[in-house]
Write a protein that binds this ligand. Structure first.
Ligand code: SF4
Length: 295
């Protein structure tokens, strides 16, 4: 990967971005890799040397790295910081780096640090649940220890004190600890094998010159088209609805003095259009949707 420095930030930050703190060692797959879509992973491996990212766009990744480095310095009895565990599953080596393990005497509590937004925190995060449960399975299998619970320690990067005072559904502090459901280990093992098989198949298909498996709507972070009822001259929507009919009905109910209109907020595949996967320029699935849209 090529790291650029278009905004002339200090070289120390460039060095931090360039250093691979999250090396997956000698493993074939990391936990993060197997839970992500096979198409993204294959394209990333294929184009790794061509992928370009500016250091200024890596702010949250850099802060995440800094947090891990700082956390490693904090030594507290019965707490293990940043431990990488590896195991063989079906002929491949799987590894995962666990941020924090707390041996309570009655089992281990696993915690993962995440930087996130207040908006993201209100939505389901299946990848968090999958990742933490694979870590729990690794601790159980590799260290033969009982796992008591898994949780996320979320750092809310856009936390706003005022919002927290006026809205009950808003996080009440910039750091939130979220309990994650702990799966049965058999379920986790089946899930791991299923994901590894998906990634192995994708590799085989790519090696054979075949089309990679398509990313699903969930993988592409599909945002549905919405219909906002707006007052003329207003900046915020009166209401945002799923269908145009619903929006027109709300518009009709507005008092006569409030002239308004329905604004169509077109949906999109956010991960593709924003290139959050980092490989959209090489992705035939996304390029095909662009051609379709232009036709
Ligand atoms: S551009 Fe979209 S479809 Fe293609 S790999 Fe990225 S997320 Fe998947």
């Amino acid at each position: 990967m090529k790291i650029t420095n278009k905004h002339n930030v200090p070289e120390t930050l460039v060095a931090l971005a360039t250093r691979d703190y999250y090396s997956k060692g000698k493993s074939d797959y990391s936990v993060t890799e197997i839970i992500s879509p096979p198409r993204i992973q294959r394209l990333r491996r294929e184009h790794y040397n061509e992928i370009e990212q500016d250091v200024a766009d890596m702010l949250w990744m850099l802060l995440g790295t800094a947090l891990h480095v700082v956390a490693e310095r904090s030594e507290v009895a019965d707490h293990t910081n940043e431990e990488r565990l590896s195991i063989e599953v079906g002929g491949i080596i799987l590894s995962g780096a666990i941020d924090l393990q707390h041996d309570t005497g009655d089992g281990v509590n696993i915690t993962d640090y995440k930087f996130t937004s207040a908006w993201a925190l209100r939505n389901d995060k299946p990848d968090w649940e999958q990742q933490q449960n694979i870590y729990a399975w690794l601790v159980h299998k590799v260290k033969k220890e009982k796992v008591k619970g898994v949780r996320i320690c979320a750092f809310i990067r856009d936390w706003n004190r005022r919002e927290s005072m006026v809205r009950a559904d808003y996080p009440q502090a910039p750091i939130q600890v979220i309990q994650i459901p702990l799966w049965d280990f058999d379920k986790t093992e089946s899930f791991i094998k299923e994901r590894i098989a998906m990634h192995n198949n994708a590799k085989f298909e790519m090696d054979m010159g075949e089309e990679l498996p398509l990313c699903t709507e969930e993988d592409r972070w599909i945002r549905e088209t919405k219909f906002a009822v707006m007052k003329t001259g207003g900046k915020r929507a009166v209401r945002v609805l799923d269908t145009e009919e619903e929006a027109e009905a709300v518009l009709k109910e507005l008092p006569a003095k409030d002239k308004g209109f329905v604004e169509i907020r077109k949906g999109e595949a956010v991960r593709c259009t924003g290139n959050f996967c980092g490989v959209s320029q090489w992705c035939s699935q996304y390029q095909a949707t662009l051609i379709e849209e232009q036709a």
